[in-house]
Design a protein around this ligand. Structure first.
Ligand code: UTP
Length: 276
């Protein structure tokens, strides 16, 4: 039977240490991009890709995310009362079911995803890292992964060709090019200090089979004492097939000042072009 992906997990419980001091009070996921918080772009990408249910993994300091996606009765009443009806469309909640779970301590991306085990149940699911914002070309980045999943019915990871000097900051894969921008992946190395297996780095979109949870449950602590997702993918690869797709949308890492700044520039120039 053909499997389809309707669920997505957004892990948003990290400390955002690279963006301190602002992240002491403003979660990275709430950084504004042309008036909308980063996480709204992620939720919109999921909706446009056909996802129907989202689980956001949050922490004690991220209540702002829950408030943001909640209904704002106060604003609704105020806008009605003051006749600013045209602004009501700006505050409608996203047309998708969103659930939340708290990660008590940020002990790794792998640990955050494991909290979604009950949510995913026996279904394949997508993972969208909210600090990687993809500005879509023809179609949203996640949709490109879903198209590959549809054909291959196994785990799919977004890949990006990265300059050799920067590969040490990423998970890097070993694989063979099987078709256009699609690869079959055989191995993965987290932040290789030397001899990276290729120039293809993992970027923040994935589709997993629920079997990934049995690897995450082993809770092996890798680089930095955290439960690394990469370690579980490595184990998974020994048993099941995994594909990579080099997505055509451009990625911006808002966890770096440069990435955040470039993204804002791009979004603003796009909206200027649309206004002209
Ligand atoms: P990052 O390592 O990029 O984000 O994790 P971070 O930890 O928040 O930021 P830095 O590196 O300290 O600046 C990738 C994604 O995984 C989530 C983060 O919120 C981010 O979206 N994450 C990470 C969790 O949800 N829980 C964790 O324990 C770790």
């Amino acid at each position: 039977m053909m499997k389809t992906v309707k669920k997505a997990i957004i892990p948003a419980a990290g400390y955002g240490t690279r963006s301190l001091p602002i992240t002491k009070v403003v979660p990275k996921e709430m950084f504004p991009i042309a008036g909308k918080p980063a996480i709204q772009y992620i939720v919109e990408e999921a909706i446009e890709s056909g996802i129907e249910e989202i689980l956001i993994v949050v922490s004690r300091t991220k209540n702002m995310i829950l408030d943001y996606f909640d209904r704002s009765l106060e604003y609704e009443a105020f806008l009605e009362k003051t006749g600013k009806h045209h602004l009501l469309k700006k505050i409608v909640e996203p047309a998708i079911s969103i659930q939340y779970i708290r990660q008590p301590f940020a002990d790794g991306l792998g640990a955050a995803i494991l909290l979604g085990k009950g949510f995913a149940n026996k279904d394949p699911f997508a993972v969208l890292l909210p600090d990687d914002i993809f500005l879509k070309n023809d179609q949203p980045a996640l949709r490109e992964l879903l198209d590959v999943y549809k054909n291959y019915q196994s785990t799919v990871i977004a890949l990006e060709k990265v300059n050799e000097k920067l590969l040490k900051n990423y998970g890097v894969v070993k694989g063979i090019d099987i078709k256009d921008n699609i690869y079959e992946i055989y191995d993965i190395v987290e932040k290789p200090r030397s001899n990276p297996p290729s120039n293809l780095a993992v970027s923040g979109r994935y589709i997993f089979e629920p079997s990934i949870f049995s690897h995450l449950e082993k809770g092996h602590k890798g680089v930095g004492g955290e439960v690394q997702l990469t370690d579980s993918i490595k184990e998974f690869l020994k048993l099941e097939k995994c594909y990579g797709v080099e997505v055509s949308s451009k990625r911006y890492d808002i966890g770096t000042e440069e990435g955040y700044f470039k993204l804002i520039q791009k979004v603003m120039s796009k909206s200027e072009q649309e206004d002209e």
